[in-house]
Design a protein around this ligand. Structure first.
Ligand code: PEP
Ligand code: MN
Length: 371
């Protein structure tokens, strides 16, 4: 059960203290307080854990400061929808809104290789009216002998260049707590010229200790990729780890499943789950066409498979597209074969817009039906 308190409740007010005292007196019920500070208001939610079935919702609503009561199933307590249409399905970060009704494209480098490529990439992103990009500094690789990313050595120039090109959010994978500290330190050192969305990759979806560490900080939002060999439910529970530790600025990323049934694509594209994740949770949903498809093959219509699956995801209501581009894919140190070319960026964005417009038309058509 969740008690949603009135906006801007003062934690020092006597009514608030009275509420906590009354909750503390309830046998077998533990409480967990979540405070969400937004631009306009502060929202306080109190999660009741334990034998809440016996509690009467109407009585709980009469407690001091309580505005609404939501009964939750065991699953995804914080991020789940629980048939409640009033709780937020968006968050704002560094001036960019991420929600179940918005769309942001993160075109960028799979891996940072050098300053020149970072700058060319960011300039192209800016010139095409975009505010977000992807830049891998820490790369989890199958082979220990493969390039592992420049790590903290590239952070300062990546952030400075992002500031120069007015990039507001960079998606950047981390695989260890030290990476989080290095990113925060570099942002601080460079005067916070940009923002970072921490990416938890598919190999770490169930790295619970990493999830807890990332969840305990609420400054940076998180893109959690679906695990490539586990069920959707298991991946959604992994997202819930982040929220249960305090960070609910979470985007859920679909990136394909590892099975030979998907051949000749690198992974079996799973974008049919976009509406499923939006139905089950309040998270915005990201699709990663590059790591799903893994090649630059195209069909007889001349359209790359990467673009076909992007359109499929967006047509189904995806809220974010994470996609590999590179100024010189043959020189890329990671995933060159799947990267799109900078000259293709305007074309890619126009194609995404066609799919987005079609999605919005589909939503409007549904709303016109009177059943
Ligand atoms: C990536 O986005 O660079 C990446 C490694 O993705 P994934 O974790 O989905 O393989
Ligand atoms: Mn990659």
């Amino acid at each position: 059960m969740i008690l949603i308190l009135g906006a801007n409740v003062d934690q020092n007010a006597p009514e608030y203290k009275q509420l906590l005292t009354q909750l503390a007196a309830m046998q077998g019920i533990q409480t967990r307080v979540h405070v969400e500070r937004g631009a306009q208001q502060t929202l306080t939610e109190i999660y009741l854990i334990g034998n809440t079935k016996a509690l009467d919702a109407a009585e709980m609503k009469n407690l001091p400061c309580v505005e609404r009561v939501v009964r939750v199933s065991e699953e995804y307590r914080i991020l789940g929808r629980h048939k409640d249409e009033q709780r937020d399905t968006h968050f704002d970060y560094n001036g960019v809104r991420f929600g179940q009704d918005t769309l942001n494209v993160f075109a960028g480098l799979c891996a940072v290789d050098n300053r020149e490529h970072v700058e060319l990439m960011m300039k192209a992103v800016r010139d095409n009216g975009q505010k977000c990009t992807r830049m891998g500094a820490y790369k989890p690789r199958t082979s220990p002998y493969a390039f592992q990313g420049h790590g903290k050595n590239c952070l300062n120039y990546v952030f400075e260049l992002a500031g120069k090109y007015d990039i507001k959010v960079i998606a950047m994978e981390i695989t260890h707590e030290s990476h989080l500290n290095e990113i925060k330190e570099a942002l601080h050192q460079t005067g916070n010229p940009t923002g970072v969305m921490l990416q938890i990759g598919t190999r770490n979806t169930q790295n619970f200790e990493l999830l807890k560490i990332v969840g305990r900080q609420t400054e940076l939002p998180v893109l959690l990729k679906r695990g490539f060999g586990i069920t959707l439910d298991e991946s959604l529970n992994a997202a819930e780890y982040l929220a249960s530790e305090g960070n609910r600025k979470v985007v859920f990323g679909l990136r394909g499943m590892k099975t030979n049934m998907g051949d000749p694509h690198r992974n079996m594209v799973d974008f049919a789950h976009v509406p499923v994740v939006k139905r089950l949770t309040r998270m915005p949903v990201c699709v990663d066409p590059s790591h799903s498809v893994g090649t630059r093959q195209s069909s007889p219509d001349g359209i790359l498979d990467v673009m076909h699956v992007t359109a499929q995801g967006v047509l189904a209501g995806a809220n974010m597209v994470l996609v590999d581009f590179h100024p010189a894919p043959n020189m890329a140190l990671v995933d060159g074969p799947q990267a799109m070319l900078l000259k293709e960026l305007p074309y890619f964005l126009e194609d995404v817009q066609i799919a987005r417009d079609a999605y919005l038309k589909r939503v409007a058509l549904r709303q016109k039906q009177d059943w």
